[in-house]
Design a protein around this ligand. Structure first.
Ligand code: F6R
Length: 618
């Protein structure tokens, strides 16, 4: 949600800021704006422009606006919370004299009180946003202190809720101040220039050296310096990290959509998640794991907390975790977790899964878990993000940046990372022998090859999408680990195609969903491999039941298994893999299907309506 950029240096700030905003477009937004702080003849007032809609609209305004040259600037892409997504509510917001410009991500919960107070002082509000109060409050502080950092710090102490703020003062060219509480902000360290961004994509064109900010901190950037203090005014410690992906990682590389590119990157992404996880003596090693074997041996319950697709990865992982470690595992939606008074203690390992590392529901859940003394381990794709920073341990998925709003390689690599964690716990607890772990790892290493084969066969999904594109409803059925795959297949289609799509556990059909079946309704069925608790036979019975009622069945079934063929209207072949690994291949055709289906409908595949990539509000 909301992309933020700040720049001070030797380049044209407008170019840097607009470039950064374009790189942040993937976060999801509905308006954009920039503010520049000129020096020289035009110094003293902020030059700004903003516009509802995509950045191309803002570009149109900028063409005629003729903003002065400046080497200090801030910019914003807004995902509306308070107030409609129109020009007036777009950021930046300015005080009455247009000296202070503010861009903001998050929700200022006490804005109504602050607004009433300002209005009582005669301030006239120009928008319906919660953000605007900050511009007026900072301007008022600047009447008392000339120091922008101090003014911002004092205002932040009065704000409640979640916020990233980036602020400029027209009377102080060469300075931009940022602040964060519960919302993301990263600093980019350049040479003779410095940057602020919602994430590193904002400045990846210029530097790969980044500084992580902590909770309740204010950062002041000038061309040559980065100074960080706490909201209490004390100097703060920071951590610098190197961004290990380059600019090309954030480009489409010839694909029509980032999503398609990311689907096609999955063999490499899965291989990268597995890379370097063995020690020379053949033991599984997780370098970033900050929990000792003794601590892992004490774990008697695992609770996985996540949202959306990451929650479905958790549902898959539950099967492997319980099977390999014999530790009970629960999966919980992050947004529900802390409201049900969960029972947690030092023996509980709370695992969070988050691609972005910034999802507010998940962040709040882990804070709650830590308050209850549980240990928290996060599985995350984004270095420098808040969730791993606030966790006791972390396993990075190393999938590379995921730009499309709909998660694809994020999902597969999360499942793989969870499997590594399960095997690691099994190793520490001795619930699996070393050779068993080695053989499961060897099977995991075969998965990229299987995914590649499905990618090579993606034409069949393209044709199927063309065939089904008129459908207004599509169902997905699965059992065991196929059930979360069904949920994920349906979610992808909902997100991208905006049609009714539901995933069900096949065994639940007769308890209600079968009423939905009607003539010609397409139903995808993830057929379990043979030989496990007669799951396949039971699934075939479900297929017969829905087919008898007119459903059109599209069955995902492993190579060489023909038992389902008489009951399938369409067969999609999957490489033969062990049962627990079937989600790592079965999900891929469903991702391609959703992407192609949405493209045929003319939808924006990378930025589906109403959605944001990292959901930084509760
Ligand atoms: C769906 C999707 C979302 C995210 C969810 C959690 O395609 O991308 O459902 O999975 O918002 O996001 P992270 O993993 O960043 O916490």
């Amino acid at each position: 949600m909301c992309g933020i950029v700040g720049y001070v240096g030797h380049r044209q700030a407008l170019e840097v800021v607009m470039g950064g905003l374009r790189r942040l477009e993937y976060r999801g937004y509905d308006s954009g704006g920039v503010a520049l702080v000129p020096s020289g003849d035009t110094a003293g007032t902020t030059a700004w422009a903003k516009k509802a809609g995509k950045l191309v609209n803002l570009g149109g305004v900028l063409e005629t606006a003729d903003l002065p040259e400046a080497s200090t600037g801030i910019g914003h892409t807004r995902w509306a919370t308070h107030g409609a997504p129109n020009d007036r509510n777009a950021h930046p917001h300015l005080d009455a004299t247009e000296r202070v410009a503010v861009v903001h991500n998050g929700i200022i919960e006490n804005f109504a009180v602050l607004r009433t107070e300002l209005e009582a002082d005669g301030v006239e509000m120009r928008s319906e946003t919660d953000t605007e109060v900050v511009a007026h409050l900072v301007a008022a502080e600047l009447n008392r202190t000339p120091d922008l950092t101090e003014a911002v710090r004092l205002v932040c102490r009065r704000l409640e809720g979640a916020f990233t703020l980036v602020i400029s003062d027209a009377q102080q060219p060469g300075v931009v101040v940022g602040a964060r509480r519960n919302s993301p902000l990263v600093v980019g360290r350049g040479e003779g220039e410095n940057f602020l961004g919602s994430d590193v994509a904002a400045f990846i064109d210029y530097t790969r050296e980044a500084v992580e900010l902590g909770q309740d901190q204010v950062v002041t950037i000038t061309a040559d310096d980065i100074v960080v203090i706490g909201f209490d005014g004390a100097p703060a410690e920071t951590r610098t990290f190197h961004v290990d992906w380059d600019v090309s990682a954030a480009d489409k590389a010839g694909y029509d959509w980032f999503m398609l590119k990311e689907i096609n990157e999955q063999p490499k992404a899965v291989a990268d998640t597995l890379l370097g996880r063995h020690s020379v003596d053949g033991l599984l090693q997780l370098d970033e794991m900050r929990l000792s074997d003794d601590e892992l041996r004490e774990v008697d319950k695992i609770i996985i907390i996540a949202a959306g697709t990451s929650m479905y990865a958790a549902l898959v992982a539950k099967y492997a975790i319980e099977h390999w470690t014999r530790v009970a595992c629960e999966v919980e939606l992050a947004s529900e977790f802390r409201y049900r008074d969960p029972i947690l203690d030092r023996g509980t390992l709370v695992v969070t899964i988050s691609q972005s590392g910034e999802t507010m529901d998940t962040l709040m859940a882990i804070r709650y878990a830590r308050q209850q003394r549980a240990r928290v381990l996060s599985i995350c794709n984004t270095n420098g993000s808040t969730i791993p920073r606030e966790s006791d341990a972390v396993i990075y998925t190393h999938a590379g940046p995921e730009v499309a709003v709909a998660s694809t390689k994020g999902f597969l690599t999360q499942v793989v990372a969870c499997y590594l964690l399960a095997l690691y716990i099994a190793q520490a607890k001795g619930t699996k022998y070393g050779d068993e772990i080695a053989s499961i790892l060897a099977e995991l290493h075969q998965i990229p090859q299987g995914i590649q084969r499905l990618l090579d066969e993606s034409d069949q999904m393209r044709k199927l999408a063309a065939d089904l594109v008129g459908s207004r409803s599509i169902l997905f059925l699965g059992r065991h680990v196929g059930y979360p795959v069904a949920l994920e297949g349906a979610l992808k289609l909902k997100e991208l195609a905006y049609i009714h799509a539901e995933g069900f556990a096949a065994g639940e059909l007769k308890h209600g969903p079968i009423a939905l079946i009607e003539e010609g309704l397409p139903v995808f069925v993830i057929v379990p491999p043979k030989g496990r608790d007669q799951l396949q036979d039971k699934t075939i019975s479900s297929i017969q039941e829905i087919r008898a009622r007119g459903a059109r069945t599209i069955c995902l079934v492993e190579d060489g298994d023909d038992d389902v063929v008489p009951f399938a209207d369409h067969i999609i072949r999957l490489p033969r893999v062990p049962t627990l690994m079937q989600p790592l291949v079965a999900t891929v055709p469903l991702q391609i299907f959703a992407c192609e289906f949405a493209e045929l409908l003319g939808n924006d595949v990378d930025q589906p309506r109403n959605l944001a990539k990292s959901v930084t509000v509760e």
